[in-house]
Design a protein around this ligand. Sequence first.
Ligand code: AMP
Length: 277
Amino acid sequence: MEVFETIAGMRNARKRLSEPVGFVPTMGYLHEGHLALVRKARSDNNAVVVSIFVNPTQFDPSEDFQTYPRDIQRDLSLLEREGVDIAFTPSVEEMYPERFDTYIHVGGVTRRLEGASRPGHFTGVATVVAKLFGIVKPNRAYFGRKDAQQLVVIGKMVADLNMDVEIVSVPTVREPDGLAMSSRNVYLNSREREAARVLWKALQGAKRLWAQGERRTARLREEMIQCIEEEPLATIDYVSVADPITLDELHQCRGPALASLAVRIGKTRLIDNLLLE
Ligand code: AMP
């Protein structure tokens, strides 16, 4: 595996890769969720590029950019083991030189859910992903369904800006008790880790009602809210049942619906979602 910290090095190496090239953008501190994306990219393509970059523009000043977990050496050895061709690990200065001043703003779908709770977040995400696409020039790029809204936003950007890359989504990888794997799970102490099960439990509650034929979204939301409120360490940021494409909040479901939630366990903000269909 080759490792490049500069855009020039990455671009040069890209010329030698045999296509199709699969690309997995990450912020590192890799876990089995990331590795599922890497394995899918490996099996679909002739070459695989993974980026590790904690992107400051997608963090609000009050958020955890400085303390976001990092372990580049461990990440690189995991990627090496997965047969990745290139790891791209640029610095903040390399990606955002002093006079950097261009941002990608995706409309409507970024105003809801994560976008409403984290203003500017998706502008940071869209901008860095567009930059990475411009540098890596992948044929396919892989994103996890754990970040369902991110997938919608990237899909919209690629369609609206005619970017020549196929977006592939990969199912959420979970711990045995259902908690979605996340780099931020390391923030949880053992009591909080127990409490974090409530996200999956709430989504399963909504799924159970859905399977019984419940289509009134107020009932589905109420079920999830009740479940979370029973956990003393949990505070709800949002609980949503929305259209999976527009992310508009639904009153009554005719087709599939995306149940999603953001919950604080102590100081740690966790998200999860489940497609009801
Ligand atoms: P991150 O490093 O958190 O920016 O995530 C990089 C990519 O991995 C994103 O496309 C995420 O959606 C995906 N990802 C993160 N956690 C999981 C998971 N538990 N299962 C599947 N994909 C995931």
